[in-house]
Write a protein that binds this ligand. Sequence first.
Ligand SMILES: Nc1nc2c(ncn2[C@@H]2O[C@H](COP(=O)(O)OP(=O)(O)OP(=O)(O)O)[C@@H](O)[C@H]2O)c(=O)[nH]1
Ligand SMILES: [Mg+2]
Length: 388
Amino acid sequence: MPNMAPLLTGQFTGSRSDQKKAKALSDAIDKSLRAEKERRQREGGMKLLILGPSETGKTTVLKQLKLLYSTRGLDSERQTYRRVVHLNVMKAIQALVEGLYDANIPLEKENQEHLKVLSQLEPTLNRYSISAMAQANPAIPRKITDAKAESDMFLVMVPAIKALWADTGIQQTFNTITHLHIQDSAKYFLDAIDRVSDPEYIPTDDDILQARVKTLAVSEHIFNIDNITYRIFDVGGQKSLRKYWAPYFDDVNAIIFMAALSAYDQPCEENPRLNRLQECLALFNEIANHKLFTMTSMILFLNKIDIFQRKLDAGSLVSKHFPEYRGLNDYYSTTVFFQYRFQQQCKDLEKQVYTHFTHATDTNQMRVIVVAVNAIVQRLNLHSSGLL
Ligand SMILES: Nc1nc2c(ncn2[C@@H]2O[C@H](COP(=O)(O)OP(=O)(O)OP(=O)(O)O)[C@@H](O)[C@H]2O)c(=O)[nH]1
Ligand SMILES: [Mg+2]
């Protein structure tokens, strides 16, 4: 390892000898970076875990990495996601109809008959659910299913789904009931019902990024980013699945912890009395203070800022759900507050949490963020290995 200490502490005045020193310093750093890269390659690359509660966007980030760093992008998943998209559409309309009933909002008279078609949805949904999940999820054994019969079933329901989505009662439900358990991409797919129900439909990259299927098993993915091999692990975030995370906790170089900022006004799916973002803070507390992660770079993605911004614009108050918050209800003040609340979870006051405000379904934003994350992970690893 080159001895850089005298160069690092020296004062540069711009003289010829100082220029030489600066060049030597820069060469030494380049050499260290190369040596560290080579060492990492030999050891099998950087290990990075993506952790966080369910529905925070972990798999979405992984899809973006495939788009940005895999030669085939998302091509191998396109056919599978056709079923997932259809399933998402059916689940969305079902959740809206349930919400409408719960809130006693009337349906337009001429749409009553469409409900009958929808009553067939339950068995169809179960059937679709199993096969779509089995295809998208390596944890479920593949079931031989009749894809054509399934697709036909979905197509039979399309006119009813279209009519109901246009219904004033359903629209009122969607726009006013905040506690609906409906996925974030519901509007995206329901608005696109004509396109996604076309018999020739093949999901686009954006459709795949918007599509939702719960991760059930931990999966490993290898990427080459700036000549460094990354082994990236995506986990299932539901509470019952978190016990499967621990076997992956050894020798982790970096963690991307994902939180959905937009969940500040939502209850937990598993425990409706608990606020989702509070539960996420508690999970972050466990991860950030875990004894195996003292040397691990901690990167926090405060995600779903697009939905968060929309909620603030609609007048939803952060202080209603986080009564300790006394600031303005604007984007800047509230995001500073949440960033502080996460940083506060670290018992080690020196531990820096590298925070990004993210919109994981936006490929352009993620491209910039991945470059920044790679740079920080490289720098922190040089630091911890004594090269800087
Ligand atoms: N609008 C918006 N939607 C997002 C964003 N990030 C993720 N989503 C959507 O949120 C849903 C859930 O994302 P996933 O990536 O499946 O969540 P996950 O954390 O992997 O969830 P589990 O696998 O259950 O742990 C998907 O429909 C995504 O398209 C975002 O920044 N904005
Ligand atoms: Mg997932």
